[in-house]
Design a protein. Structure first.
Length: 202
């Protein structure tokens, strides 16, 4: 059996003997590839979901603490933010506690925002990866034991950061009338700390 030049023959496993091969032209393969890429991008965008605390919120893992915005609709299958934040923004406007063993990890294109005088109390640790952002304005954060590793960006404006344990800064910390307190451990600065405020090691 002959096929036109430039066509592609595909053999299917389990095909009966003497069954003709499927012929796919290069133009069809190009279209198929484009459709596959589009489906991948759509599924990727749909997985990103932004969260914001609701009035009366107290517990990070309580589904009633969050309102959600994203392509997947209001919260749906992911009613609370995962501790590993990927491509999402979490905005905390009401004081809330994260009580879990796994640290909160802000990955690339992810942000944790604390606003409106809210306080985030984490009994675990928090890590800011490259491309991640911790931004506190008129708010506070209290972070549990372990090493806070910052390879992204931390911005503190009229804010207070309390850490039980070490802080390793490999990137950028911006202070604007803000304070960082370590109840134990050390502050290891391999990056840049700039602005106005203070750093206190107890």
């Amino acid at each position: 059996m002959s096929y036109p030049p430039g066509s592609v023959a595909v053999i299917c496993v389990g095909m009966k003997k003497n069954t003709p091969w499927l012929r796919l032209s290069p133009s069809f393969l190009t279209l198929l590839s484009a459709c596959s890429m589009l489906l991948f991008l759509v599924s990727f965008d749909a997985s990103a979901q932004d969260y914001e605390t609701k009035e009366g919120a107290t517990d990070w893992n309580d589904t009633g603490s969050w309102t959600c915005i994203g392509n997947t609709g209001p919260c749906n299958a992911n009613p609370v933010p995962d501790n590993i934040v990927k491509g999402s923004t979490i905005t905390i406007r009401h004081s809330i506690t994260y009580d879990a063993n796994s640290p909160i990890e802000l990955r690339n294109n992810s942000a944790l925002l604390i606003r409106n005088g809210a306080i985030l109390t984490s009994t675990s640790n928090l890590n800011v990866k490259s491309g991640g952002l911790l931004d506190i304005e008129d708010g506070q954060i209290s972070i549990g034991p372990g090493v806070l590793n910052n390879s992204g960006q931390i911005i503190l404006t009229n804010a207070y950061l309390y850490k039980d344990g070490n802080i390793v800064n490999d990137s950028q910390i911006d202070l604007n009338n803000s304070c960082i307190t370590l109840s134990s451990g050390n502050f290891n600065n391999n990056g840049t700390v700039s602005g106005t405020g203070g750093l206190k090691v107890l």
